[in-house]
Design a protein around this ligand. Structure first.
Ligand code: GAP
Length: 525
């Protein structure tokens, strides 16, 4: 019987499988890897591509009907990674996209100020040492052991940020330090990667790798309006790389320094913000469910007001779509944020670019409506020319891929592989495998013909050699939903067996119906 492994080992097993089967590799592994960067192997790139393609299909090409009863208007965009540096001044990233950091003078390690936790004396002894650690790192267990030995009792846990006076700070042993008092004051650390455009490496040529794809959309708002027939409400969608010099990249691909985003900026009349916010929040949650994250591991969490970003404070709300990753369990980690960003970004770009009111939207339809209601020209003016508000569903393609991998991973001691990846068929990297039972009697030729036909439409694999058990095992690890086997009976009655990955049921169908069978299964999803 299939079961789910305990959370402590599930991640280790998944990471091992991802490497063994070519889902994810460490970037530059032959040189010892580089922290916070990951490569996708042959299976991983298919999985991630399926996720991105499904998003593009369901968001840009066929986004459904909005709360106003009209088909959603959405167009795509593909902007550069390096943009004019003023973009990041306008967006606020240059000034505020920073985490407060503390450095350890002894070990030269750098920590996020608000991530450091401390084991302190249980009775509050003001002379006792304080042992700092990073949760979920080896320093946690090591420091706890030291604290218990020193205090002779379970220590209290307090955040490092709660210590303010110099005497207390002098008692803090940094997570890896051997002496107390070696942590610096917290300092701001900008997360944007810098480079230089042009031959001179000077301030004037400094550029940044974008930390989000969203700003490319705002910077092109006028271009899209002027060149396509979109009318408010409408959205602009973009997928692409984003870069953040994360201080503590960790949890596999979850927090990387180079990652991919899938972002929508949906432009609306401010008065409709609440209905569109709710629409996108619920639609995006349902979308993640539709591609296989349908169980208890997915949740929607509305932010408390004090959690909101600077631009979202005045808005209709912000929520996160979260997944319970093995390393966050029993907690959840963010897959996608849905935020009402108000008109913050467009106003900022209007100001910093000097375009001012030229970035406003002229709402002709509203004008006609208000005219019909008899509103005066003066009263109408402010209502029909405005900076649209924005609802932004912003998702991570790498986090999404990781969630699909975690969700699919199922230990099953009953199978030769001991594990099966139960991907939703729409996400599965390989849709079907074709096996001749033996490498003779014309079976490989029949299999090759079937393979050549199916591969015109789907990513399928032909596997001729090895015993059938090993071939099934490989496909279980790859998460292939269907295997078609050509055997002796095929030679007599042109039927093949279909093995269903999840149920292990086998049935016979005519070889001529295989294409229709697969199309039917893929369309059901
Ligand atoms: N434009 C809004 C924005 O960028 P965000 O919450 O910072 O918002 C959106 O990022 C999504 O991008 C996150 O929900 C997450 O899926 C992904 N993401 C952010 N930082 C990431 C990182 N360091 N590694 C992998 N994915 C990341």
């Amino acid at each position: 019987m299939a079961d789910t492994p305990n959370t402590a080992t599930k991640m280790e097993k998944l990471v091992a499988l991802c490497k063994r089967r070519g889902f994810i590799f460490q970037s530059s592994e032959i040189y010892g890897g580089i922290n916070g960067f990951w490569d996708y192997g042959p299976l991983g790139v298919e999985l991630k591509r399926n996720l991105k393609d499904a998003w593009w299909q369901d968001i840009v090409r066929c986004p459904g009907v909005g709360p106003d009863g009209n088909p959603i208007d959405m167009v795509g965009l593909d902007c550069t990674i390096i943009m004019h540096p003023k973009v990041w001044v306008a967006s606020g990233h240059a000034a505020t996209f920073a985490d407060p950091m503390v450095d350890d003078r002894e070990t030269k390690q750098r920590y996020r100020y608000d991530h450091v936790m401390c084991y302190t004396h249980p009775a509050g002894d003001a002379t006792a040492p304080i042992f700092a650690f990073l949760p979920d790192s080896p320093s946690e267990a090591k420091r706890k052991k030291e604290a218990i030995k020193k205090f002779g009792a379970e220590p209290l846990v307090l955040p490092y940020t709660s210590f303010k006076d110099a005497a207390t700070l002098a008692r803090v042993f940094a997570p890896e330090a051997t002496q107390a008092g070696t942590l610096t004051e917290p300092r701001q650390f900008n997360l944007m990667f810098e480079s230089h455009a042009g031959p001179l490496k000077d301030e004037a040529n400094k550029v940044y790798l974008r930390p989000e794809t969203a700003q490319g959309i705002f910077a092109n708002f006028r271009n899209v309006l002027d060149t396509s027939r979109v009318k408010i409400p409408f959205g602009i969608a973009q997928q692409g790389k984003a870069f953040r010099n994360e201080v503590t990249p960790r949890n596999y691909t979850f927090r990387s320094r180079e990652f991919e985003q899938m972002e929508i900026e949906f432009f609306i009349n401010p008065e409709t913000a609440l209905e569109w916010y709710k629409y996108w929040r619920d639609t995006r949650f349902a979308w993640w469910q539709s591609i296989g994250l349908a169980g208890v591991n997915l949740q929607l969490r509305e932010h408390d007001r004090d959690e909101l970003s600077h631009y979202a404070k005045a808005g209709a709300g912000t929520s996160d779509i979260e997944y319970k990753f093995p390393f966050t369990d029993p907690g959840f980690g963010e897959l996608e944020g849905v935020a009402h960003r108000t008109d913050y970004d467009l106003r900022q770009h209007a100001e910093h670019s000097g375009l001012k009111d030229k970035l406003k939207y002229f709402d002709q339809e509203l004008q006609l409506k208000l005219q019909a209601q008899g509103m005066s020209k003066e009263d109408m003016e402010a209502k029909i020319k405005y900076f649209p508000h924005v609802i932004e569903p912003s998702a991570g393609a790498d986090r999404g891929t990781l969630a699909l991998l975690c969700e699919a991973y199922t230990d099953d001691p009953g199978r030769p592989s001991g594990v099966v990846m139960k991907f939703h068929p729409r996400m599965a990297p390989i849709k079907a495998a074709i096996f001749p039972l033996v490498d003779k009697d014309g079976m490989p030729e029949i299999a090759t013909n079937l393979f050549n036909d199916l591969r015109r439409t789907w990513n399928v694999q032909l596997d001729i050699k090895q015993n059938i058990g090993k071939r099934y095992a490989r496909m279980d690890e790859a998460g292939t939903p269907f295997c078609f086997t050509i055997d002796t009976q095929t030679l007599q009655d042109q039927t093949v067996t279909v093995r269903h990955r999840d149920t292990l049921l086998q049935e016979r169908i005519n070889i001529a119906n295989v294409r229709g069978f697969l199309a039917d299964k893929m369309n059901q999803v």
